[in-house]
Design a binder for this molecule. Structure first.
Ligand code: GTP
Ligand code: MG
Length: 444
């Protein structure tokens, strides 16, 4: 029996959002996440009763919520639990998949390597004297996580000012934390007017599901209300069609079928399409999803497309399908902003890790280190650095050593965010700022 309940069918029909829980070590991420799962009915009652009894026996009752997450982690490690995909909770509008992150660097790895990408972040900051200050200090992860979340394209943020019980629900302490965080968030360019700051106690349960009488001075939303009020990520139906190919099949009697998720645009039966980089042109014969025929598919749909005029051996995973009149961009060179997560030594010009972008994997060489940026502010601190290392943020020029389709992050996030891997490790995460397109001839 798993500690976490499976979502119902109706929950899975709701808009799905990936939520990253971020913040400094020990500020209460796991406790608050456990509490959210419990309050929304996603924790198995019997399993939780066992945890409660054990916590009581050990005189550690405050740990019971965090233990929900620990138990889940154990289950995952033993491989007995539900798919990571479906661990979450629901609000009236959304089903949230949660990514609870330990308060150190692994956070980024989880966020970018996992198939799911965060649409929004919940920042947990402790109000306890000294703890808030450590998190927001130069070495603190409150600061680091906010910057990385921004670098990875997260624009939707909620701040939970946690452990309010420790400071007797003092409004002054809350206002002080809010004002210091506001300063930092403005430097990072977050739109502060849209960010709720919610005074909570993960352990006592204040302002999580219902308004707390301990904070009569607070008029904002509860945490669950704020989560339900997140603006859904834009549906990219108005953008050019992009379908990164996951798999290619040859089906007897039907012909070539490619599968994948439509990241942007709309695809209709009969449309003339092109698959790049191989520049193969064809027409859409049929579209299906879960064995149902569709007349059209739009951004967000997982589909199989039967294409006339293209052979199975002509296309591969990582190629991208688009409309013939608005073809995907094949990159000659890329300018990107990267954050170096880990590297044993230093990175210089000539370094050639493997770039993972949408469904594609290609070797890419660093051909120029353009500048090094202040991780906290994004301001340039050094032009043309000789090397970059772990913890650095930099603008670099990358040359894919094989043709690959990418787009600017600002145009199409799903095709503009990537990771660099080497020797089985994630070295860096980045966003594509500019693309110099390669010349590709497309013939009908
Ligand atoms: P890492 O995963 O190690 O980064 O920590 P975390 O952010 O997940 O913190 P965790 O939930 O493990 O909580 C850290 C400590 O703070 C534990 O001792 C909790 O019991 C305590 N704590 C968490 N939330 C609250 C709260 O609202 N009030 C009080 N008084 N203590 C809390
Ligand atoms: Mg934790």
């Amino acid at each position: 029996m798993s500690i976490i309940r499976n979502p119902s069918e109706s929950a899975l029909k709701k808009t799905h959002l990936n939520l990253a829980i971020i913040g400094h070590v020990d500020h209460g991420k796991s406790t608050l996440t456990g509490r959210l799962l419990l309050e929304t009915g996603y924790v198995d009652e019997k399993a939780f009763a066992e945890i409660e009894a054990e916590a009581k026996k050990l005189g550690k009752e405050d740990f019971k919520y965090a233990w929900i997450m620990d138990r889940l982690k154990e289950e995952r490690e033993r491989g007995v639990t539900i798919e990571a995909m479906h661990v979450g909770f629901e609000t009236p509008k959304y089903f949230f998949t949660i990514i609870d992150l330990p308060g150190h660097r692994d956070f980024v790895k989880n966020m970018i390597v996992g198939a799911s990408q965060a649409d929004a972040a919940l920042l947990v900051v402790s109000a306890r004297p000294g703890e808030f200050e450590a998190g927001i200090g130069p070495q603190g992860q409150t600061r680091e996580h906010l910057f990385l979340a921004w670098t990875l394209g997260i624009r939707s943020l909620i701040v939970a000012v946690n452990k309010m019980d420790v400071v007797n629900y003092d409004q002054k302490r809350y206002e002080q934390i809010k004002s210091e965080l506001t300063k930092l968030l403005k430097i990072l360019r977050y739109d502060v007017s849209k960010i709720p700051f919610i005074p909570v106690s993960a352990i006592r349960g204040d302002n999580i599901k219902s308004k707390s009488s301990n904070t009569p001075w607070y008029n904002g939303p509860t945490l669950l209300e704020a989560l339900d009020a997140i603006e859904p990520p834009p549906r990219l139906v108005d953008k050019p069609l992009r379908l990164p190919i996951q798999d290619v099949f040859s089906i007897t009697g039907a012909g070539t079928v490619v599968t994948g998720r439509v990241e942007s645009g709309i695809l209709k039966v009969g449309d003339p399409v092109v698959i790049l980089p191989p520049a193969k042109v064809g027409d859409v014969r049929s579209i299906e999803t879960h064995h149902m025929k569709l007349e059209q598919a739009k951004a967000g749909d997982n589909i199989g497309v039967n294409i006339r005029g293209v052979e199975k051996q002509d296309v591969r995973r990582g190629d991208v399908l688009g409309h013939l009149n608005s073809p995907p961009t094949v990159a000659e060179e890329i300018v990107a902003r990267i954050a170096v997560l880990e590297h044993p030594t230093t990175i210089g010009v000539g370094y050639t890790p493997v770039m993972h972008v949408h469904t594609a994997t290609v070797p890419a060489q660093i051909v120029e280190l353009i500048s090094r940026l202040d991780p906290a502010t994004g301001q340039t601190v050094e032009q043309k650095p000789q090397f970059i290392k772990r913890g650095d943020v930099a603008m670099v020029r990358l040359k894919p050593l094989k043709p690959v389709v990418v787009e600017r992050f600002s145009d199409l996030p799903a095709l503009g965010r990537f990771s660099l891997r080497d020797m089985g490790r994630t070295i860096a995460a980045g966003q594509i700022i500019e693309v110099r397109p390669a010349k590709v001839e497309i013939k009908r």
